[in-house]
Design a protein around this ligand. Structure first.
Ligand code: ADP
Ligand code: MG
Length: 260
């Protein structure tokens, strides 16, 4: 009979969605009794634990929902390796205020210069602020849009794509788009215009974007919207992969020469 209140309490805490309360209340009660902490402070500590856990769970959910290709943070980004990149601007963007202002970001540069890494890092930072993020590549997004259109659920997907606070479209430019694909991608950008932020990475400078979208008119209209409120990250430099493998080769040949 004596554990009836515990069972009821567990039930109520579950109904109230307070899992941390449920997990911690007993242990913390004993701790507070030992320390002579009063009831109010006991409840305060318990609520703080619940709030912290709730925040952690929200961030975790945001990261899962974003479908990042990898979870990378800007902490592991070596800014010295790419002097062309405006580090101050990236750190400013990491604070996420541009998302509140519904501004866009475009990272431009050749392959291997860290565009995807920076996009992932900014996406992760946004998740940590509790903002909803979607990550995709241009090719995957167009594929998804075409599939949704064929299955008559384009409207639903478009709604979902406008709902993200930040939509990251990686690798625009590697694959030329079909006219329908280009139009669908244009529609996504159009629907998000001044409603939510878009972060695009591309290996192509703006004047070559027509080769991706096919039509000059469409490219013009798209760039017009995308660049109205935009931060451009110029990422011209050597490929980080190439540099790293060259460094590895050098150090191993230096070892071969060095008899010590
Ligand atoms: P891009 O998207 O421009 O082709 P990536 O972001 O995919 O380049 O970078 C290629 C690889 O090199 C990734 O593993 C990335 O984490 C790493 N990398 C690139 N630049 C840097 C950097 N400045 N500091 C640390 N890692 C980097
Ligand atoms: Mg990339």
């Amino acid at each position: 009979m004596s554990d009836v209140p515990q069972v009821l309490l567990a039930h109520h805490l579950k109904a109230l969605k307070l899992p941390t309360f449920l997990r911690e209340y007993d242990k913390l009660a004993r701790q507070c009794a030992a320390e002579g902490v009063d009831h109010t402070r006991y409840l305060l500590r318990l609520s703080e634990l619940e709030l912290l856990d709730r925040e952690r769970r929200l961030i975790e959910r945001r990261i899962q929902a974003a479908r990042f290709s990898a979870v990378k943070s800007l902490d592991s980004f070596d800014f010295a390796a790419i002097p062309a990149l405006n580090k101050m601007l990236v750190l400013e963007l990491e604070r996420g205020e541009y998302i509140e202002r519904r501004e866009n970001v475009i990272a431009l540069g050749p392959s291997g210069t860290g565009k995807t890494h920076v996009a992932l890092g900014l996406g992760l930072a946004a998740c940590q602020k509790g903002l909803s993020v979607g990550f995709t590549t241009a090719a995957a997004l167009v594929h998804e849009l075409l599939e949704a259109r064929d299955e008559r659920r384009l409207l639903r997907l478009q709604k979902q794509l406008t709902a993200y606070r930040l939509l990251i479209i990686d690798e625009l430019g590697y694959v030329p788009l079909s006219p329908t694909g280009a139009e669908l991608l244009f529609e996504v950008m159009s629907q998000r215009y001044e409603r939510g932020s878009v972060l695009v990475t591309s290996n192509l400078p703006f004047d070559e974007w027509t080769s991706v979208f096919g039509s000059e008119r469409l490219t013009g209209a798209l760039l017009d919207r995308l660049t109205h409120h935009v931060h451009v990250l110029e990422m011209n430099g050597e490929s980080y992969r190439l540099k790293a493998s060259r460094r590895r080769r050098h150090s191993s040949s230096a070892e071969a020469l060095d008899p010590s």
